[in-house]
Design a protein around this ligand. Structure first.
Ligand SMILES: *[C@@H]1O[C@H](CO)[C@@H](O)[C@H](O)[C@H]1NC(C)=O
Ligand SMILES: *[C@@H]1O[C@H](CO)[C@@H](O)[C@H](O)[C@H]1NC(C)=O
Ligand SMILES: *[C@@H]1O[C@H](CO)[C@@H](O)[C@H](O)[C@H]1NC(C)=O
Ligand SMILES: *[C@@H]1O[C@H](CO)[C@@H](O)[C@H](O)[C@H]1NC(C)=O
Ligand SMILES: *[C@@H]1O[C@H](CO)[C@@H](O)[C@H](O)[C@H]1NC(C)=O
Ligand SMILES: *[C@@H]1O[C@H](CO)[C@@H](O)[C@H](O)[C@H]1NC(C)=O
Length: 463
């Protein structure tokens, strides 16, 4: 029985003529209004911690849903009206009453995300994305979700665009369907930086956002890494080091198996709000800011003074060909993500739960680039293209204007005598950080409530 249905599902196809491509808007919407209490100095204060998702309109059968566009997972699923968990109440849910071509199999699916999980049954139906109509497209009808917390917003599921090897369901993924339907197999993502600038967010397939670039050759191209897997799994690339106000911050070696020591692996993940990295590197990063940064004991989250401008760069690519991509200081001292008493949520937080990459570069990073995701062809592997969209002069001026003067400009990089350019004394820097950091027996348990709702589907790191 199961085998028969699997065969039927495997026949799904994208039956359309090859097209030039299309563009559809991405909508940035808050996904939760969770309020966490934070212990600060001399009392309890409340800090609103916001989480945002970039959603895209997808029609399944006769119904239209807003789904999170997620480059960090590979499946398409939508909440079904059979779902009764508190997580999935109050959102638009799929009702089979409105569908003509629906096939529901008895094949179960279950997907774990960095936070939360979802399960249900594999189904197929006509799915439309932009101009593309995909007949018998496989998708998941979720009848149960845990800790995904879609309630209270318009977000009804996830459209995953990572590689098919990570898919939990049989048949062609949406990525395979759309790539088979365009003459030039790539998609691009542009994330608007502010709530009121939705118009700047877009998702294109097979065509370039003309306000950002003219051709695929305008992008800085980086081959996708297969590290730690037999096949391409995520849109991931080597991360050589970070910079803080132009000073180089070397990273520890990668935990991804099979990666050469010189680089870590970063996954581009639109489904994660923040930037998440290995605890030891993130600790060192914030430690360098001295008293301008602190780790909130209750939440486990790093916070940074709202008036502290820091320009952080991610240096991505290979030893012989790399690019530095700078972040708006307002994404590192992220007021919109939550603030209290002059402390803002840090855009970079620690996480060791991922084993297919060391870093997840979420929206906080992706807002600062125009990114392109190109399929493999007969002569080239898949690659990622990046164009920086961050204007440092303008960003710093806006930061000062919005955040006021830097009240204690003596706090900053300069107070850390141990922090010197790695070409001089790299090992010294590690030593200094380790001694004056928070390693002293503290257990760094991090919870990501309100931070990474969707995110990468991962195999949990084995303890
Ligand atoms: C919900 O999904 C599970 C598989 O994850 C399946 O076993 C169960 O039958 C489904 N329940 C309904 C009501 O569809
Ligand atoms: C159902 O599928 C057929 C082709 O198999 C297609 O012509 C028709 O438009 C589909 N109906 C809907 C509502 O998607
Ligand atoms: C696209 O090409 C035109 C003409 O060469 C040029 O003026 C424009 O700046 C280019 N646009 C981008 C975004 O590079
Ligand atoms: C394959 O892709 C590369 C890079 O995108 C491109 O330069 C090349 O022309 C493509 N080759 C074929 C055979 O399509
Ligand atoms: C960056 O912003 C500054 C100040 O707004 C402006 O003068 C400059 O032309 C911008 N640079 C680029 C490359 O857009
Ligand atoms: C980084 O550079 C900016 C602009 O020059 C400056 O305002 C800020 O204080 C510097 N931050 C640190 C931590 O040194």
């Amino acid at each position: 029985m199961i085998l028969f249905l699997a065969l039927v599902l495997l026949q799904s196809s994208a039956s359309f003529a090859q097209q030039k491509g299309f563009k559809i808007p991405l909508i940035r919407s808050p996904t939760s209004q969770s309020v966490s209490s934070f212990q600060s100095g001399d009392g309890i204060t409340v800090m609103n911690q916001n989480d945002f998702a970039y959603t895209v309109k997808v029609s399944i059968g006769e119904e239209v849903f807003h789904l999170t566009l997620d480059t960090g997972s590979s499946d398409l699923w939508v909440i079904s009206n059979a779902c009764q968990t508190s997580d999935c109440l109050n959102v638009a849910r799929y009702s089979r009453a409105f569908s003509t071509n629906l096939t529901i199999s008895q094949i179960p699916f279950h997907i774990d995300y960095v936070t939360g999980s979802v399960s249900g049954l594999v189904a197929s139906e006509t799915v439309c994305l932009g101009l593309f109509q995909m007949f018998s497209q496989v998708f998941g009808l979720a009848n149960s979700t845990q800790d995904i917390d879609f309630s209270g917003n318009a977000n009804s599921g996830i459209l995953g665009l990572a590689f098919p090897s990570e898919a939990s369901m049989p048949g062609m993924t949406v990525l395979q369907s759309i790539f088979s339907g365009v003459s030039d197999s790539y998609f691009t993502i542009s994330l608007g930086s502010r709530l009121d600038s939705n118009s700047l967010s877009s998702f294109t397939v097979g065509q370039i956002e003309s306000s950002q670039a003219n051709s695929t050759s305008d992008f800085f191209a980086i081959p996708v890494s297969k590290a730690g897997a037999n096949n391409y799994d995520y849109w991931k690339i080597p991360l050589l080091y970070l910079t803080i106000n132009s000073t180089r911050l070397p990273l520890s070696s990668s935990s991804v198996k099979g990666v050469d020591q010189a680089s870590q692996i970063a996954v581009l993940d639109t489904g994660t709000t923040l930037i998440l990295g290995p605890t030891r590197d993130v600790l060192m990063f914030w430690d360098i800011l001295g008293p301008a940064a602190r780790r909130n004991q209750m939440s486990g989250m790093w916070q940074v003074r709202c008036d502290k401008a820091v320009v952080v760069g991610f240096v991505l690519g290979q030893e012989n060909s790399y690019g530095e991509f700078l972040l708006d200081p307002a994404d590192i001292s992220w007021e919109e993500g939550g603030s209290s008493d002059g402390w803002c949520l840090g855009g970079i937080q620690a996480n060791d739960k991922v084993d297919s990459g060391d870093w997840l570069l979420g929206d906080v990073f992706l807002r600062n680039v125009y990114s392109l995701y190109h399929a493999a062809n007969s002569s080239s592997g898949p690659w990622i293209g990046l164009i920086s969209t961050m204007n440092q002069t303008a960003a710093l001026a806006t930061f000062r204007q919005n955040r006021g003067p830097d009240l204690d400009s003596s706090l900053g990089l300069q107070i850390h005598a141990g922090f010197v350019s790695p070409s001089n004394r790299p090992s010294m820097m590690y030593t200094v950080s380790a001694l004056c950091g928070f390693f002293g027996g503290a257990v760094l348990t991090i919870t990501f409530l309100g931070v990474s709702r969707h995110g990468l589907r991962i195999r949990k790191r084995k303890e």
